[in-house]
Design a protein around this ligand. Structure first.
Ligand code: SAM
Length: 285
């Protein structure tokens, strides 16, 4: 009889039968360790009956863990071979599956609508090269998502969870903070994957919160964030000169926002960036 989750032998066997040769471009590293899967599911806090979206189900390791606790899963997978196989793998492991799994064969970045009632949680072992854009896109597009638990490259986890002044604080930190509060929720060694990646992984938990109160749009604030960090070493008045036309004009904008023009982007929080965007709109830049 089969276990509830996928182990190393079954992962290799499935991949072999499907002719799957994991690619780096798609970040295909499959988890073959039940302990890791259960840790992700436990940390996510997903409960029976909850609607969860999973990005990149791959061979189904995490999907099975989510279904094991009774969740309803919408899985978005870009690889057509994996997307087509998933229902069969899952049906063989989950006797009480019913209609708890839907598979969307698509690039997650292109998905603007999900089938069924809105999901409240996103749980995924994200493909590494698109982890941040996928995460931010889903938080933006699906405001029903209250909680997120993702496994990402360890350095990316640090960036997502960093606060102002920290060495790893940057664009992903501030943009994630627009939507949610983020924290690191554990480290995962590379041995739990097949094939073994050359980086360590970590879990990041995000809890949705209200975005900053501001008259500026999200796009306007994100433009300021991008500009501030594109020139990381530069003072804000120089970094924003590209938007305002000159560093003198940027100084006016920053002073109106109550931000020191000589500060660097890495010392500001998302609320500060929102105030700068507001002040920019006021001077018509
Ligand atoms: N969840 C599985 C696991 O834990 O074993 C697989 C995780 S693997 C790190 C990432 C998965 O994301 C792969 O199955 C890959 O094909 C898929 N993927 C890569 N880019 C994607 C994208 N843009 N949209 C949807 N899925 C993607």
């Amino acid at each position: 009889t089969r276990g509830a989750l996928l182990g190393p032998a079954e992962i290799r066997d499935l991949a072999g039968r499907l002719g799957v040769r994991p690619t780096k471009t798609l970040g295909q590293n499959f988890v073959h360790d039940g302990g890791t899967v259960r840790k992700i599911v436990r940390t996510s806090g997903v409960t029976a009956g909850e609607r969860v979206v999973e990005i990149g189900p791959g061979l189904g390791s995490l999907t099975l863990g989510l279904l094991e606790v009774g969740a309803r899963v919408v899985a978005v997978e870009i690889d057509p071979v994996l997307a087509r196989q998933l229902p069969t793998t899952v049906a063989a492991h989950v006797p009480d599956l019913g209609d708890r799994l839907e598979v969307v064969g698509a690039d997650a970045l292109d998905v603007v609508e999900l089938p069924g009632p809105p999901p409240t949680a996103l749980v995924a072992n994200l493909p590494y090269n698109v982890a941040v854009p996928v995460l931010l896109t889903f938080l933006e597009r699906f405001d029903s998502l209250q909680r997120v638990l993702v496994m990402v490259q360890s350095e990316v986890a640090d960036r997502l969870a960093a606060g102002p002044g920290s060495r790893t604080y940057g664009v992903p930190s501030v943009k994630a903070a627009w939507y949610a509060s983020a924290r690191r929720a554990g480290t995962v060694g590379r041995a739990v994957f097949w094939p073994v990646p050359n980086v360590d992984s970590a879990l990041v938990a995000l809890d949705r919160r209200e975005p900053p109160v501001t008259t500026a749009s999200r796009e306007e604030v994100f433009t300021v964030i991008d500009a501030a960090f594109a020139q990381r070493r530069k003072m804000l008045r120089s970094a924003l000169a590209g938007i305002t036309g000159s560093s003198a004009a940027a100084t006016v904008v920053l002073e109106a926002a109550g931000v020191d023009p000589q500060a660097r982007g890495e010392t500001l929080d998302v609320q500060d960036f929102a105030r700068i965007a507001e002040s920019l709109a006021m001077v018509g830049a």
